[in-house]
Design a protein around this ligand. Structure first.
Ligand SMILES: [Zn+2]
Length: 431
């Protein structure tokens, strides 16, 4: 009895479902109602044998029970095919394969990151795979987006400034022009480096050479803008002020060379590599920030008044120290290796802090530029083309030369050796 009840309940459910899904078919069934219904009766003979269940036949007066009738299965198949044709899904579109991710032991050492255990991309990805990987969660996805999106924020800020300032004819704005160009370029280069760093071991090194080059040029942008707008009043026209941009160009060469070199010793001497790379970025940062430190010290001693620009600069310094700390400490992933592989590891936080710091730095530079304009135009020399855009062009050419020198051994090594390494990298992934 309970079995019969269950079957009847199931029949009702299926009938309702069928009624909703195949109303047209129901119409067909209704037109030939007698024939279908007779079929039910024949097939559900056990129900008619029950004395109190005669009325239950009404329940089965639905074509869903065709499967139990003569030629019912064929009829059902035909209708299902019609239904499928009507609501066909774009299965080709849904069958796009997302790139696979790998564990740390499946990839060559050169691709491994400290305390990141999983989420690695294929070490020999194609350029298209690399681009697609930015839309699928792996341990680089957030790194890519945390510098790609801010690029457009800074481009938007730059466009807004272009509508307010006369960058073409007003030489006083040229240091800001150089600075704005470079804060748009460095996050974009970094985003590209993180995107395409898994095409091969060589491409990984070259991508990060460009990343380091863009960062060292950004340090030049900081030096040019600080040299013209942020310099303390008592240092204006001093020897340091006059040679500030020139020394900064030298710093970019030191920074790019040292950071690129650090990649060559990374596998053999990881600690030495880390010290070299950190030093490469800390030296230009300290040099650029010396005038700002001095202004902050003067403010703390009460020798100068608090201003909006100084507040922004202080926030920038706070985030700059946080950025440096995250870069060197590798926290939080060192405390719990594997827990922060995809979201929350130190490099992502480092990107976010760098971008937030740059935002405050931009605010501070713009505030100093506008509020100190009258004083600086009276007491200091106006920015020259050579000292701003010329310095950027010279530094860009020199840094590209440094990158070319470090890239040459990777690109021009004997073909078979390169292919061998490339193949072994791919093979080690497959294992
Ligand atoms: Zn990065």
């Amino acid at each position: 009895m309970s079995r019969q009840r269950s079957v009847l309940a199931l029949g009702r459910c299926l009938a309702c479902l069928e009624f909703m899904l195949f109303p047209v078919w129901r119409g067909i069934g209704t037109s030939n109602g007698a024939g279908w219904t007779q079929g039910w009766g024949r097939c559900l003979r056990w129900d008619s044998e029950s004395p109190n269940r005669g009325t239950r036949f009404l329940v089965f007066d639905y074509p869903v029970w065709l499967v139990l009738c003569r030629r019912g299965r064929a009829r059902l198949r035909e209708v299902c095919q019609r239904g499928r044709g009507a609501i066909r899904l774009p299965t080709d579109m849904l069958s796009i394969k997302l790139p696979q991710v790998f564990e740390i032991h499946q990839i060559p050492k050169v691709f491994r990151e400290d305390s990141i255990i999983s989420g690695y991309r294929h070490p020999c990805s194609s350029a298209l795979d690399c681009v697609l990987s930015s839309f699928h969660l792996n341990n680089e996805t957030v790194n890519i987006w945390t510098h790609f999106l801010p690029t457009w924020y800074f481009v938007w800020c730059f466009c807004a400034l272009c509508s307010k300032m006369n960058f073409l004819n007003d030489s006083y704005t040229w240091p800001l022009l150089v600075y704005m160009l470079l804060i748009c370029i460095y996050p974009f280069t970094s985003s590209c480096a993180h995107t395409f760093s898994t095409m091969s071991p060589e491409s990984r090194h070259i991508c990060y050479f460009f990343d380091y080059g863009a960062l060292s040029l950004y340090s030049l942008g900081c030096a040019i803008s600080y040299g013209y707008y942020v310099m303390p009043e008592c240092w204006v026209n001093s020897w340091l002020h006059q040679h500030f941009v020139l020394i900064a160009i030298g710093n970019t060469l030191f920074c790019t060379s040292m950071s690129c070199y650090s990649r060559f010793v990374e596998l053999q001497f990881p600690k030495r590599s880390k010290v070299l790379r950190t030093g490469a970025f800390v030296v230009p940062f300290i040099f650029d920030t010396v005038p700002l430190f001095y202004r902050v010290v003067l403010w703390l001693w009460g020798s100068c008044s608090q201003s909006d620009a100084l507040s922004s600069h202080c926030y920038h310094l706070l985030f700059a120290f946080l950025t440096c700390f995250l870069f060197t400490a590798h926290l939080p992933e060192r405390l719990a290796p594997g827990r922060f592989d995809y979201i929350g590891h130190s490099h992502q936080l480092f990107h976010v802090c760098a971008v937030v710091g740059t935002h405050f730095q931009m605010e501070g530079v713009i505030a100093d530029m506008t509020t100190r304009r009258a004083w600086l135009q009276t007491h200091s020399v106006m920015p020259s083309f050579l000292g701003t855009i010329g310095a950027l062009a010279v530094s860009l050419a020199l840094n590209l030369g440094v990158i070319a020198i470090f890239s040459a051994p990777l690109l021009w090594k004997p073909g078979h050796a390169s292919n061998q390494q490339h193949t072994s990298a791919c093979e080690s992934k497959e294992q």
